[in-house]
Design a binder for this molecule. Sequence first.
Ligand SMILES: C[S@@+](CC[C@H](N)C(=O)[O-])C[C@H]1O[C@@H](n2cnc3c(N)ncnc32)[C@H](O)[C@@H]1O
Length: 339
Amino acid sequence: MLIKDYFNEGETVALEIKGLSSRNRTILVSDEDIQHFRSQLVTPDNVNSDVLNRVICMDMLDGTGLVPDASVDLLILDPPYNLDKQFADYKFKSMTNHDYAQWFESWFLPMLRTLKQTATIYVCGDWRSSMAIQSVLEKHVVVRNRITWEREKGRGSLHNWKNASEDIWFATVSDDYFFDPSAVKLKRKVMAPYRNEAGMPKDWTTDEEAGTGYRLTHPSNLWTDLTVPFWSMAENTMHPTQKPEKLIAKLILASSEFGDVVFDPFLGSGTTAVTAKKLGRSFFAIEREEEFAVVALKRLQIAEQQTAIQGYEDGVFWERNTNAERKGAKKTAVPQELE
Ligand SMILES: C[S@@+](CC[C@H](N)C(=O)[O-])C[C@H]1O[C@@H](n2cnc3c(N)ncnc32)[C@H](O)[C@@H]1O
């Protein structure tokens, strides 16, 4: 079956992919892409002193050596979780909590030198990895909160609860840090539309075009408004554990300012770098597997023209399944539940 390669907008580069629906918007990498983007990577054979806004294709410990001291405002860590998982040519093997904590600490400590005194750190993990992550963070930085993200998608089990949530630990280097909750407000449909004595909406606003009421709510540490990327979303890639741009956008907007520097040493498909670029931040980015590093470069190229972040419009995050209500929202072929 032929599907459209969304890399070139307006230009139909057809790729032969078996078994993918014509509505599948997954960003694919062709042999030509690999040839094209490979030369743009920073590799051990091609080390360049200026690695800001580049993708470093190396082991993260070597790549971290290229990041200057005290240059990073926001560190986003999405390492392999403590699970058996194949990442391109490399398989991460699950280990005891103690060994996972040791492994985490072995690379986390060398990274601390790259952080400013005012920097923030977010670390993603599942319930099992979380125990080790918390113990290491508490030894070296100030742990401030744990966000739980209801990611929904997960494999059901006959013998256990379906694993449908992930944690994002929030920590800072010191007590002097930037945090802007007003940048990450959530726009929710009003369930109980109370009015005051004059008949005016109380703590909510009507959206005339949408014909509905909404409330801008303060961001909490429980996130239910985002899903993992699906095949019908323009940001989707073949990476096995890709994070949604909307999730990374919340971290970046709450904990960095325009022009700040974000560092992701486990870049995967490039989500942090792409979202940082869309939001006017710079980045340091490392991914060991060339296949993923090339996807990241391709997404960065797409982001030069396509700056939208699904679920984030007009400076607010929208709760899921509100596509029809959004002002000026176009009817799309994307089913609501896949937003
Ligand atoms: C959980 S994934 C990150 C996914 C990413 N947040 C995204 O949205 O696509 C972890 C990534 O770290 C990479 N990785 C694992 N060990 C690494 C290492 N030692 N150095 C650099 N990258 C590594 C894996 O190849 C994988 O792509």
